[in-house]
Design a protein around this ligand. Structure first.
Ligand SMILES: Cc1cc2nc3c(=O)[nH]c(=O)nc-3n(C[C@H](O)[C@H](O)[C@H](O)COP(=O)(O)OP(=O)(O)OC[C@H]3O[C@@H](n4cnc5c(N)ncnc54)[C@H](O)[C@@H]3O)c2cc1C
Length: 431
C-alpha cells in the first residue's frame, strides 16, 4: 500500500489553499476532489458572491494569486468593494488557481477514512487504498444541507434544498416560494424571478439583508482584525484579555440568577461602590456566576482574565460561587439557549472559605491569604481561563500580577459560513 505524509480531502477554496501551501513547501501530499464543485453545482447560475472582491481570495504561498490579480490578467472587471463578484468569475479564478498552484489534484472522491495505527487508511472511489500520516478534511458545506422537519413527507418534486438548484429554467412559469433570510435565499429568489418563475421570499426575520452598503470608512488594523469585512468573524487573534469582577453586578432589570439581598448585598454594594458612574443608580449585586463567565470566555475567545475587586469579598465567612444552573429541575453548566430558561435559572452554588482579613495592602499574589488564593485558583478552573492579574483595590499599585498557572492561550480562528434555505415549489400558487 502506498503512503504519503498528508492527504487533503476536498478541492474547494479551503482545500486548494491548504494544498497550494503544501505544494509551495514541496511537502509529500495528495489532494482529492472535483475543483470548486460546490460552486459549480450547488449555487444558482448567475449568482453574485456576497463577499466583496477583496474578501474572496484563495491563499497561495506567493504574491499574484488574488482575485484582483486574476481579473487584471484576464481583463475582467474588478473592484475590492464596489463591483459584485459574479459566481462564474469566482469559479474561473478558482479553476485557474488550481491549475497554477495545485497541479497534482486528483479528481476523485474519498469514500472512507479509517484510523490505522498512528496514521490513516483512505479509500478512493476508484477502489485504491493508501495510507496518510495526517488528513486535512476540507469537504465543505454541502454535507450539512438540512431541511426543516416540517416538510418531511412532501415530495422532493415540490420541496427541495436550495443547494440542488443550479439551473433555474425549469421553474419558468411556476410559483416558487423561497424560505430563508440570508444571502443564498435572496440570491435564489431574484434569479428565479429572472428565470421567469413567480418567485416569493418568506423569511422569519424583521428585515432581509443581502449586504451592507460599503461605508467607505477607514478602519484601523485592530478594528479590521476584530470585525473583518468578510463576515466570517474574527481572524487569527492570539490574545484576548477579559476583565471580570470577583462577584457579579447588573444594571437595570432582567435576570440576575446569583443576585443576593439583605446585609450581603449591602456589603457588596457599599464596599464595591456599586453605583452607576453617570446616573448614580445602585447596581444590583450577586455572587460570581461562572456559567456567565464561561459563556463570555467562549464567545470572546478569552485567553487571559483579570479579576477585579477581590478586596470587596474580604468581609465574608464563606463565599458562594455559581457553578451551574438548575432550570425546571435540570442542572446545566452551560448558558441556556432561551431567554425563558435564563429567567427560570436558579444558581447551583459551591462555597469557598472567606479570608476575613484586609488585603488592600498586599503587593504580591503569593502574599494573599491562602483562602483568597484558593478562590482565584477556583475561578481560573471554573472559567477555563488563566487569571493573570488580581486587583485588591482601586490604585494601580493594588494590581497583583501573576503567571498563568500552566494554562496555554487559545487562538481564535474564523470559520466558514454555512448558508442554506429550502425552496418550496408549487403549480397552484398555494404551496
Ligand atoms: C449560495 C451560497 C453562496 C455563498 N456565497 C459566498 C460568498 O459570496 N463568499 C464566501 O466567501 N462564501 C460564500 N459561500 C460559502 C462558501 O461556499 C463556503 O464558505 C466555501 O465554499 C467553503 O469552502 P470549502 O473549501 O470549505 O468547501 P467547498 O467549497 O464546499 O468545497 C468542498 C469540496 O470538497 C469536495 N468533497 C466533499 N466531500 C469529498 C470527498 N469525500 N472526497 C473528495 N472531495 C470531497 C466537494 O466536492 C467540494 O468541491 C456561499 C455558499 C452558498 C451555498
Amino acid at each position: 500500500m502506498t503512503e504519503c505524509d498528508t492527504a487533503v480531502i476536498g478541492a474547494g477554496p479551503y482545500g486548494l489553499s491548504v494544498a497550494a501551501h503544501l505544494h509551495g513547501r514541496r511537502a509529500d501530499f495528495r489532494i482529492f476532489g472535483r475543483p470548486l464543485n460546490t460552486w459549480r453545482t450547488a449555487m444558482p447560475r448567475g449568482m453574485y458572491l456576497k463577499s466583496d472582491g477583496f474578501a474572496s481570495n484563495l491563499s497561495a504561498p506567493e504574491p499574484g494569486a488574488t482575485l484582483a490579480d486574476y481579473c487584471l490578467e484576464n481583463d475582467v472587471p474588478y473592484h475590492p468593494t464596489d463591483e459584485p463578484v459574479p459566481l462564474e468569475t469566482f469559479i474561473a479564478y478558482g479553476l485557474d488557481f488550481q491549475q497554477r498552484y495545485v497541479p497534482n489534484l486528483e479528481q476523485h472522491d474519498v469514500t472512507s477514512v479509517l484510523r490505522d495505527g498512528r496514521g490513516f487508511r483512505l479509500t478512493l472511489d476508484t477502489g485504491e487504498e493508501f495510507r496518510a500520516k495526517q488528513v486535512v478534511v476540507a469537504a465543505g458545506i454541502t454535507h450539512f444541507a438540512s431541511m426543516p422537519q416540517i416538510v418531511d413527507g412532501i415530495s422532493p418534486e415540490l420541496v427541495s434544498h436550495s443547494n440542488v438548484h443550479r439551473d433555474l429554467e425549469r421553474f419558468e412559469g411556476q410559483d416558487v416560494t423561497v424560505v430563508g433570510a440570508g444571502a443564498s435565499a435572496v440570491n435564489l429568489a431574484v434569479w428565479l424571478a429572472r428565470a421567469g418563475a413567480h418567485s416569493r421570499l418568506v423569511a422569519r426575520a424583521s428585515s432581509v439583508k443581502f449586504h451592507n452598503r460599503p461605508s467607505g470608512e477607514r478602519r484601523t488594523l485592530g478594528a479590521r482584525l476584530l470585525k473583518p469585512g468578510s463576515g466570517l468573524g474574527p481572524g487569527a487573534i492570539g490574545y484576548v484579555l477579559g476583565l471580570a469582577k470577583a462577584y457579579t453586578t447588573r444594571v437595570g432589570s432582567g435576570p440576575l440568577p446569583t443576585e443576593t439581598a439583605g446585609p450581603d448585598a449591602e456589603i457588596l454594594s457599599t464596599q464595591g461602590a456599586e453605583f452607576g458612574t453617570t446616573t448614580g443608580r445602585p447596581r444590583r449585586c450577586g455572587w460570581l456566576d461562572t456559567v456567565v463567565l464561561r459563556y463570555a470566555a467562549r464567545l470572546n475567545g478569552l485567553t487571559e482574565l483579570f479579576l477585579s475587586k477581590l478586596d470587596v469579598l474580604s468581609s465574608f465567612d464563606r463565599i458562594p460561587v455559581a457553578t451551574a444552573y438548575r432550570i425546571d429541575g435540570e442542572v446545566t453548566e452551560d448558558w441556556p439557549m432561551t431567554q425563558t430558561e435564563v429567567h427560570h435559572a436558579e444558581p447551583v452554588y459551591e462555597y469557598f472559605d472567606g479570608w476575613r482579613e484586609d488585603i488592600t495592602g498586599v503587593t504580591r499574589f503569593e502574599d494573599l491569604p491562602r483562602a483568597a488564593r484558593a478562590y482565584v485558583e477556583a475561578i481560573e478552573k471554573l472559567s477555563g481561563v488563566p487569571v493573570t492579574a488580581v486587583f485588591v483595590g482601586p490604585g494601580r499599585e493594588q494590581t497583583l500580577l501573576r503567571e498563568p498557572a500552566g494554562a496555554g492561550g487559545a487562538t481564535v480562528t474564523g470559520g466558514a459560513t454555512v448558508t442554506g434555505g429550502a425552496t418550496v415549489t408549487g403549480k397552484s400558487g398555494k404551496a
